[in-house]
Ligand binder design. Structure first.
Ligand code: ADE
Length: 238
């Protein structure tokens, strides 16, 4: 997979992309991540990529030309499955979207900034608009980093134990069960007895019951979904 990120603040995401699972996935050759400085694509002698909005509104707006030049350069070299724009008024990013984007061959993520971008970019170049939550960030860089992390960590081979990505919270629309490690007792705080029992069936049952209880308590909205109910039935049949 290849992810191209277009930004006016490359330094903000560069470090993040070199660390942890995303960094290791690149070293393993599972993903290539390229960060492009939008200012390298402007024809302006001051390297400006924004201008005042028509209509006398407040703030600055990112111009069409540098974005179009950057995206066109990339598209001339390969096909992109999605050209994504990060924006608070986009479709809400979630686990199913991360799963589906992780199946793409090549994607571009354009990070929004300032007051916005010239709407013609959204109409003519962007194929998907994504928000990471109902709040406004200074720019789309953190949103791009969040998306890249969620996408890359589920690529086969990115996490040592693949099962652990599948058992993440939200993968089956349930929150994950609690996890514990040694020692079995610390300051009198005990690990649930069943986890020490070695009985795989009881442990699996405990895990599901914990998942359901936590989801019911913390995210009841997830349980109203048909897919969750189906996954519970499926589990009980096994
Ligand atoms: N840019 C600013 N706020 C954002 C958000 N919530 N999601 C995605 N991009 C953004």
């Amino acid at each position: 997979m290849r992810i191209d990120i277009i930004t006016v603040l490359p330094e903000l995401i560069q470090g993040f992309m070199q660390e942890s699972i995303v960094g290791r996935a690149q070293k393993k050759g599972l993903v290539e991540i390229y960060i492009h400085n939008l200012r390298d694509y402007t024809l302006d002698k001051w390297r400006r990529v924004d201008d005042y909005p028509f209509g006398g509104f407040a703030g600055m707006v990112m111009q069409c030309e540098p974005i179009d030049r950057c995206i066109s350069t990339l598209k001339a070299e390969r096909h992109y499955d999605q050209i994504i724009f990060t924006t608070p008024d986009g479709e809400q990013f979630n686990q199913p979207m991360a799963n589906s984007l992780s199946l793409c061959e090549n994607i571009i993520i354009l990070c929004g900034h300032y007051k916005g971008i010239d709407y013609r970019v959204r109409e003519h170049l962007i194929t998907k608009e994504v928000s990471i939550g109902d709040y406004v960030l200074t720019g789309g860089e953190l949103a791009a980093a969040v998306m890249a992390d969620a996408i890359v960590r589920i690529l086969p081979g990115a996490i040592g134990d693949e099962q652990s990505a599948l058992s993440d919270s939200f993968q089956d629309k349930l929150l994950a069960a609690p996890v514990y490690t040694r020692p079995a007792e610390y300051k009198g705080w005990k690990v649930p007895e069943v986890l020490l029992s070695g009985n795989e069936r009881l442990i699996k049952e405990w895990e599901l019951q914990q998942s359901l209880e936590r989801t019911q308590r913390l995210r009841p909205d997830l349980l109203s979904d048909d897919a969750t109910i189906d996954s519970k039935k499926e589990y009980k049949r096994k």
